[in-house]
Ligand binder design. Sequence first.
Ligand SMILES: Cc1cc2nc3c(=O)[nH]c(=O)nc-3n(C[C@H](O)[C@H](O)[C@H](O)COP(=O)(O)OP(=O)(O)OC[C@H]3O[C@@H](n4cnc5c(N)ncnc54)[C@H](O)[C@@H]3O)c2cc1C
Length: 407
Amino acid sequence: MFFKRKPMWGKKKKLKSSYDVVIIGGGLHSLATAYFLAKDHGITDVAVLEKNYIGFGGAGRNTAIVRANQRTQYNVPLYKEALDLWPILTKDLDYNLMFNNCGNLNLMHSEAAMTAARMTIATAQFHGVESHLIDAKQAKEMVPALNISEDITFPIHGAMFHPPGGVVRHDAVVWGLARGAAKRGVEIHQETEALGIGIQNGKVTSVTTSRGTINCKQVLISAGGYSASLIHGMLGIKLPISVLTIQAMVTQPVKPLLNHVVSSGAYHAYANQTLKGEIATGAHMDPWPNYTTLTTAHYIKHQAEALSEFLPCLRGLRFMRIWGGLADMTPDMAPIMDGNNQIEGFFMDCGWGYFGFKSCSAVGKYMSEFMAKNECPDILKPFALKRYEEHRLMGETAVVVNYTPDN
Ligand SMILES: Cc1cc2nc3c(=O)[nH]c(=O)nc-3n(C[C@H](O)[C@H](O)[C@H](O)COP(=O)(O)OP(=O)(O)OC[C@H]3O[C@@H](n4cnc5c(N)ncnc54)[C@H](O)[C@@H]3O)c2cc1C
């Protein structure tokens, strides 16, 4: 029997000639902002434009890891709120986002890394985020599969354990937010590419799309890896963002053996076990800027070598799938969330690198407040573009360089 299913986010609608707000990109941040614009601020005359299908970008390609043990005082409160929001959103959206707060274990492979972790832990604890330092034996008790012998390239000295982190089902987040926004009147237009932004007398007036021109008062560009080139191409604003490919893969399914997200900066690898039993694993970005989502044999080799050292029981498992996506990296590995004094009605939310999944819930909440009130909420102020002119870089890079490339 054939059932005709209608999309969860409503029937395909005709693009209107005018909306109050146009959001470019159908990813996590756009959908979250649209949802909160409608829910918290009653702004429902909103069009989300997606050139492919919603979730096409990093939204549907990430490894779904969430955590709040960032390094800097500006980042921790934002990621904490994002983490706290998953159970709330699950209820509000009436959609199972499959939040599994299984905890994250960041392995440390030197005494210097242990010292750096102590500082990160102190910042987290100061902001009310649970995070502890444990030694190698305690790590082994939690993850019996770990190889804590001295006989590996980077022996494990200990770990930073962050119990409230874990994984959330990324496609459920996309669909849940899309459905929640659409229920409140937001229109989601797939296969609709934004091509340009019209400005008159210093104000946003329209967006040109592949389906015609739309008049609007506000535009948000949050198009993941494509944001920087769109903002430059459409408005001439150059952002300090490089776009790099990041790959991930899953193995064949196996019986439960990994109860936590385990990551290692020295090995440049992280892994967790999905509900299906697959080991989902990723690592660093490809080192050269590019816009392809091609995968490489080098990456598979690196991943296999790294995992079989610190999780040796995975040796011999077959990788089933590998994929790539784009990471829009800023020099301080912190995002840019801003308006623009020269262009009234224009907002940007970009530069998320590989932190854009774990942050999207809180960012949607605060970017929507920014747009609704036309005033930047305090929590977003440190992420303004002008920090690069003022030499106020965030220092989040240290997290990655020292020991934590986990996503
Ligand atoms: C392999 C991999 C693993 C990752 N793992 C994690 C992780 O574990 N945890 C984490 O926090 N983050 C992770 N990330 C990063 C995360 O996925 C991104 O930071 C996040 O998706 C960014 O969200 P976004 O809404 O800004 O953009 P996206 O989700 O990328 O959405 C942008 C959308 O804009 C659309 N678009 C582009 N141009 C136009 C246009 N002109 N008109 C209309 N639409 C347009 C694109 O088609 C796309 O759908 C990972 C990323 C990858 C690739």
